[in-house]
Design a protein around this ligand. Structure first.
Ligand code: LIP
Length: 286
């Protein structure tokens, strides 16, 4: 597919916002009393609720009406092929454990990408939206169009990163952990090496919101290993359009993959990038 023009990108962003907001309303308004775990995936802590699946089914239906020729790849069961070359990559509830526990840090993440999102490094987000139904925040972006936040349907305010800390020791860094015990052991070992070198860490429980917090200047950096395309697609674009460097295991010029996503402001990237990629290599498979 040829690169969409500005009007086409804006139209894709508007669709992402519309369907993400619709699904965000659904997961709050239709949450059943006594919500429990419907099934598990990679481990006993990798949970799915009936609302994860209901929200994804809702996204598929809305995207089928608004973008019928596009493919859809979601975290939960279901998805479809397409003929347009575009794929909607959706996480119906990013931060599912927070949603189950009613901790107000979960979001619907919707992005449309070109390339194959199943092939690491072979795709890029074009437009996307991340909606936190509890805070009413809607983060939105499209390639080259900037990143914006609105709250409860209010005015859109352009997102910019916070001024870079003087050195890494003053950086507030967000991160997250996977669901597999073996992976968590590696992630903990990396944390032990990193924590003494930074101001502090924040573990919010949603990769999409972590990347939006970076874009909004509320953390200085973020990294995580083990993310899927649906966790990071929209947040990657929001952070990039706010001015962040978003890199992968090979550095700032490499796309993020499940092996590593890291992100920070350009002034911090010269030291945070090599540090986090080096620690990830050291602890991968440790
Ligand atoms: C979550 C990620 C988060 C990660 C969690 C979980 P989910 O996605 O957004 O960053 O640390 O372990 O993977 O599973 O709630 O969609």
């Amino acid at each position: 597919m040829s690169e969409p023009d500005r009007a086409q990108l804006q139209a894709l962003e508007d669709i992402a916002v519309e369907v993400a907001r619709s699904a965000a309303r659904l997961i709050v308004d239709e949450r059943p009393a006594g919500l429990g775990v419907a099934r598990t995936k990679a481990s006993a802590t990798d949970i799915v609720t009936v609302m994860d699946q209901a929200a994804q089914d809702h996204l598929l239906a809305r995207l089928g009406a608004l973008a019928p020729d596009d493919a859809v790849l979601g975290e939960e069961r279901g998805g479809r092929g397409g003929t347009s070359g575009l794929t909607w990559v959706v996480d119906p509830i990013d931060g599912t454990v927070n949603y189950l526990y009613e901790l107000p840090a979960y979001a619907v993440s919707v992005a449309v990408v070109d390339g194959d999102p199943a092939v690491p490094g072979a795709w890029r987000p074009l437009a996307g939206a991340v909606v936190n139904p509890v805070s009413g925040e809607c983060f939105r972006a499209s390639r080259g169009g900037g990143a914006f936040r609105s709250v409860a349907g209010g005015p859109q305010r352009r997102l910019t990163l916070r001024a870079a800390p003087a050195h890494l020791g003053e950086a507030l860094v967000a991160t997250g952990f996977g669901y597999a015990a073996s992976t968590r052991g590696e992630q903990a070992a990396l944390l032990v090496d990193l924590l003494p070198r930074v101001r502090d860490l924040r573990r919010l429980g949603s990769a999409a919101l972590d990347l939006c917090r970076l874009a909004a200047g509320e953390v200085d950096a973020y990294y995580e290993r083990g993310l899927n395309a649906w966790d990071l697609a929209a947040g990657w674009l929001v952070a990039t359009e706010a001015g962040a460097v978003v890199g992968g295991p090979g550095g700032r010029d490499e796309a993020p993959t499940s092996e590593l996503l890291w992100a920070c402001g350009p002034d911090l990237a010269a030291c945070f990038g090599p540090l986090i990629t080096g620690l990830a290599r050291r602890h991968h498979g440790s």
